[in-house]
Design a protein. Structure first.
Length: 101
C-alpha cells in the first residue's frame, strides 16, 4: 500500500475513533445527568402512586415519595462511593490490573 493511502486510511480511522469517543462522551453525560435522574424519579413516583392507589393505601401520594426519594438518594450517594472506590482501587489512574476489592 502506498504511503498516501496508508496516511488516508489512518486519518479515516482517527476520524472514526473521534466520532465514537464523542458518542461515548454524550452517553456518559446522559447517564450521569440530573435530568435523567429527575425523570426516572418522576416515573418511579408515578408508578408508585398508581400501585398504591390501586391497593387503596391511605396517603398514597405521600407514600409514593419513598421509592422516588430512595432512588435519588442512592444514585447521588453512589457517585461519592464510586469515586472513593476508584481512588482506593487505583482504577481511576488508568490501571485495570489492580485488585477490584
Amino acid at each position: 500500500m502506498p504511503t498516501n493511502e496508508k496516511i488516508e486510511t489512518l486519518e479515516r480511522e482517527i476520524h472514526q475513533l473521534k466520532e465514537r469517543n464523542a458518542r461515548v462522551e454524550e452517553e456518559k453525560a446522559w447517564e450521569t445527568s440530573y435530568v435523567r435522574v429527575f425523570f426516572i424519579a418522576l416515573i418511579t413516583y408515578a408508578v408508585a402512586v398508581g400501585i398504591l392507589y390501586i391497593l387503596d393505601t391511605p396517603k398514597f401520594l405521600f407514600g409514593a415519595l419513598i421509592p422516588a426519594a430512595g432512588y435519588i438518594l442512592s444514585t447521588q450517594s453512589l457517585l461519592v462511593v464510586k469515586r472513593w472506590w476508584m481512588k482506593r482501587s487505583g482504577l481511576g489512574e488508568g490501571s485495570a490490573t489492580k485488585s477490584l476489592f
